[in-house]
Design a protein around this ligand. Structure first.
Ligand code: AMP
Ligand code: TRP
Length: 340
């Protein structure tokens, strides 16, 4: 129903909070690239305001913001075709985020599993922003009336909360179709890339050991070494995908291969059924190097011209603002804020 009144618009974002991993690339960036097409208007954001929910050194934040833009562009996001910008340059995000703080209920926020994981036993000492973060994420999406949100599995609950916030706003203010119900797009073989040393944990930039993740800045030798040392098990590869069921490490490596190869776990198993790790791991490492090395090289080339990156962001922010501001204005009118 909402599809009828809203265009097909994609919004997604990544935090500039330190190095990018293969999980970010396969679970997010690569899929953002794949969605750039005539079917969608695509808006991709460097969510710097989300990053500061935990402490960021200012110089490091500036560097990580530019590096993430370089990663987007090096991976194939075209700043002419997509809107590419950083969140803090478009004030509608913060403004609508405040409105949504007044729409979302504390009970809803208390159910967010990522907050519970991140806050851990320290819930009294984390920032208020970390707690409110999903309502800012709802504002990111809804200030563009975005309909499609490609994310990794870990963000599904936040997109569902966004739908609840949209529905409550529309209901409370009697504007049934104003905010759309955005769809989380969680597809492909790598929506949850796991840690290379422990297949039960997500690959993340903050994990303790560097050997458990592939960073987008790793060189070829290091990528090969990390896959060689990756945890596997004592069995050869099975002859069907079902055979991966209770083998989290094996499954993860097969899924990484499939995602890098634009193929499927079924196709990978068809090719490597019965193979020993001594054959599969070097093949996987070669594939990863072939796919990642051009991106890494292009990222370092782009990073040599930070002024150019800042120009891309400024242009993107103007384009983003042109979409977001009229929607924010309309929201303020609906709420009853007096405007000039
Ligand atoms: P973050 O780095 O937390 O800002 O995440 C940015 C995007 O990358 C989100 O869409 C995440 O779901 C995705 N992502 C992060 N880590 C992984 C992973 N290990 N596997 C798949 N997707 C991931
Ligand atoms: N919360 C997301 C993450 O941690 C990042 C994010 C912020 C986002 N705003 C968004 C993702 C809007 C999709 C849409 O990964």
């Amino acid at each position: 129903m909402t599809e009828a009144v809203h265009t097909r618009r994609v919004f997604s974002g990544i935090k500039p909070s330190g190095g990018l991993t293969l999980g970010n690339y396969l679970g997010a960036i690569k899929r953002f690239v794949d969605m750039q097409s005539a079917d969608f208007e695509t808006i991709y954001c460097v969510v710097d305001m989300h990053a500061i929910t935990v402490w960021q050194d200012p110089a490091a934040l500036r560097h990580a913001t530019r590096e993430l833009v370089a990663a987007y562009v090096a991976s194939g996001i075209d700043p002419e075709q997509s809107v590419l910008f950083n969140q803090s340059q478009v004030s509608a995000h913060a403004e609508l985020g405040w409105v949504f703080n007044c729409v979302a209920r504390v009970g809803w926020m208390n159910r967010m599993t990522q907050f519970k994981d991140k806050a851990g036993k320290n819930a009294e000492a984390v920032s208020l922003g970390l707690y409110a973060y999903p309502s800012l994420m709802a504002a990111d999406i809804l200030t563009y009336h975005a309909t499609h949100v490609p994310v990794g599995e870990d963000q599904k609950q936040h997109v569902e909360l966004t739908r609840d916030i949209a529905a409550k706003f529309n209901h409370d203010f009697k504007v049934p179709d104003f905010f759309p119900q955005p769809e989380p797009i969680i597809d492909g073989p790598a929506t949850r890339v796991m840690n290379l040393r422990d297949g039960s944990k997500k690959m993340s930039k903050s994990g303790a050991s560097d050997m458990e993740r592939i960073n987008l800045t790793d060189d070829a030798a290091l990528i090969v070494k990390k896959f060689k040392k990756a945890k596997s098990d004592s069995e050869p590869l099975p002859d069907s995908v079902e055979g991966l069921k209770d083998r989290p490490e094996a499954r993860n490596l097969v899924e990484i291969y499939a995602a890098l190869d634009n193929s499927t776990p079924e196709a990978v198993i068809a090719e490597y059924a019965g193979a020993q790790w001594g054959r599969f791991k070097p093949a996987l490492a070669d594939l990863a190097v072939a796919r990642l090395e051009p991106i890494t090289n292009e990222m370092s080339r782009l990073m040599q011209d930070p002024a150019e990156i800042d120009r891309i962001l400024a242009k993107g922010a103007d384009k983003a603002n042109a979409i977001a501001q009229p929607i924010l204005d309309k929201t303020y009118d609906i709420i009853g804020f007096v405007r000039r």
